[in-house]
Design a protein around this ligand. Structure first.
Ligand SMILES: Cc1cc2nc3c(=O)[nH]c(=O)nc-3n(C[C@H](O)[C@H](O)[C@H](O)COP(=O)(O)OP(=O)(O)OC[C@H]3O[C@@H](n4cnc5c(N)ncnc54)[C@H](O)[C@@H]3O)c2cc1C
Length: 423
């Protein structure tokens, strides 16, 4: 039975931020309830590998209940939080459950953002969670099966090219992964479709790819993609998306079988439901990451606007969430002991993105930069290190070694017959 006399900490979200809070509170004298709409944690940086058949869903996810096994007093609720009542100190979960808290941590992350571009929600596929990644993979392979049947019926091959909108790490990695999947694997699976030179285009509204990186890394990434036959369009804003085409603001049109929307994210809608001040849609926080006027409520990760050294909100990437989660756990322990809060300080650990086999860009805050093969090996090692759970690390290592040595991708079965695009 849980000890009801101990302070109750409710954590919304089992992502990078929320799981870090829970782990850091393992030995604290508190009860914890972790709430997530999924019963697993997702390692989002490798979702594009699921979408491009390099890894299985199980490699990039980790069951929340396994994570909580080592905790004396943590429990899990699977459900979507629909409301937070700061005055009553309660959280409402979608199936009618209300949880009272002494401390609350809002770590609900972000959602894919269309920026109001017409047609995105209807005709483009996002890459934000496991369902998106599986849908993308199924859509690609399902379309090829459909095209193959059409060729047997004597019909011309339909447009199968891929347009990836967004030149950040997700867009770059997805385009590189798709090129490898098509050229090295699917071209052999579907010889009747001649997939080797299928056009893949990356569309970026800004003047360079990987805008958060040094310009040399941006150029290196663009060169590497172009070297693999990927068309990189810079300064190319998307006007609207239709079924099978992307229309740019300059009036040009890109035909596509598949449109991937990797142009950005916005804070989870839960931010607005909390009811405190927002900054660019994210929860504004005090220096110690508590919400203004609510010292027992904290926000971490993509949903929070945590100011960096220059005052601008930190980027919506994993390290700010992880470090903020650890800090908030310390704040809760300090508050229970009657100690004052301390300001959060972010330590930049660098950035990285891979373009595909033997190619990545890695930047460290001390100015060290690695491109090409060395960058790729660093990228592989650091991703293995940060994956949750030994099984996931081992399985990912085995899958990657197999893919590298054999040029094969095992995770390309259509486990469910897709009904999302009928003939
Ligand atoms: C495709 C992709 C690639 C990325 N690549 C990188 C990368 O290479 N490097 C990097 O540093 N960052 C990367 N990121 C960003 C990084 O994954 C996020 O910044 C990080 O996950 C944020 O952590 P978080 O804890 O705030 O949210 P998340 O990790 O997104 O976790 C939020 C959790 O909250 C749950 N949730 C949401 N709403 C509710 C609700 N109402 N009720 C209950 N549960 C809810 C979700 O199910 C989820 O489990 C990538 C993101 C994506 C989508």
């Amino acid at each position: 039975m849980p000890d009801v006399h101990r302070p109750h900490v409710v954590v919304i979200g089992a992502g990078f931020g929320g799981t870090r809070v829970v782990r850091a509170l393992r030995d604290a004298d508190v009860r914890i309830t972790l709430v997530d709409r999924h019963n697993f944690h997702t390692f989002q940086p490798l979702l594009y590998q699921v979408a491009t058949a390099g890894l299985d869903v199980g490699d990039v996810t980790f069951p929340v209940r396994t994570l909580l096994r080592r905790h004396r007093s943590a429990s899990f609720v699977m459900g979507t939080v629909t409301a937070v009542d700061l005055a009553a100190q309660t959280v409402t979960v979608d199936h009618g459950l209300t949880l009272a808290y002494d401390f609350l941590v809002v770590a609900a992350g972000s959602v894919s953002h269309s920026f109001g571009v017409p047609g995105v929600d209807e005709h483009a596929l996002a890459l934000k969670d496991v369902d998106d990644a599986v849908l993308l993979r199924n859509r690609l392979i399902g379309d090829l099966e459909r095209a193959s049947r059409g060729v047997l019926r004597g019909e011309p091959r339909p447009e199968l090219g891929i347009v990836v909108v967004g030149g950040g790490p997700t867009g770059v990695e997805t385009a590189g992964g798709m090129r490898e999947l098509l050229d090295k694997v699917l071209a052999k699976d579907y010889p009747e479709l001649a997939l080797e030179h299928l056009p893949i285009t990356v569309v970026e509204a800004g003047s360079r790819l990987l805008a958060a990186f040094d310009t040399r890394s941006s150029h290196s990434a663009a060169e590497a993609l172009r070297g693999r036959g990927i068309d990189v369009r810079l300064d190319a804003g998307v006007d609207h998306v239709e079924e099978h085409s992307v229309h740019l603001r300059d009036g040009s049109k890109l035909d596509a079988g598949l449109v991937v929307w990797a142009a950005g994210v916005a804070a989870s809608p839960l931010a607005a439901a909390v009811g405190t001040e927002l900054q660019r849609g994210r929860l504004r926080v005090e220096a110690n990451l508590s919400l203004p006027g609510h010292p027992n409520v904290f926000a971490v990760g993509d949903i929070a606007a945590v100011p960096g050294a220059d005052g601008a909100p930190l980027p919506q990437v994993a390290q700010p969430a992880i470090q903020a989660g650890r800090h908030v756990a310390g704040e809760i322990v300090a508050a229970i002991a009657g100690r004052p809060g301390t300001p959060f300080r972010y330590h930049d650990k660098g950035s990285m993105a891979t373009i595909g086999r033997n190619q990545a860009v890695v930047e460290f805050p001390n100015g060290m930069r690695f491109h090409g093969w060395i960058g790729w090996v660093l990228w592989l090692g650091l991703h293995i290190l940060y994956l949750m759970g030994f099984r996931n690390r081992a399985s990912t290592l085995v899958n990657w070694s197999w893919n590298y040595l054999t040029y094969d991708r095992g995770a390309r079965v259509l486990a469910r017959t897709i009904a999302d695009r009928p003939d």
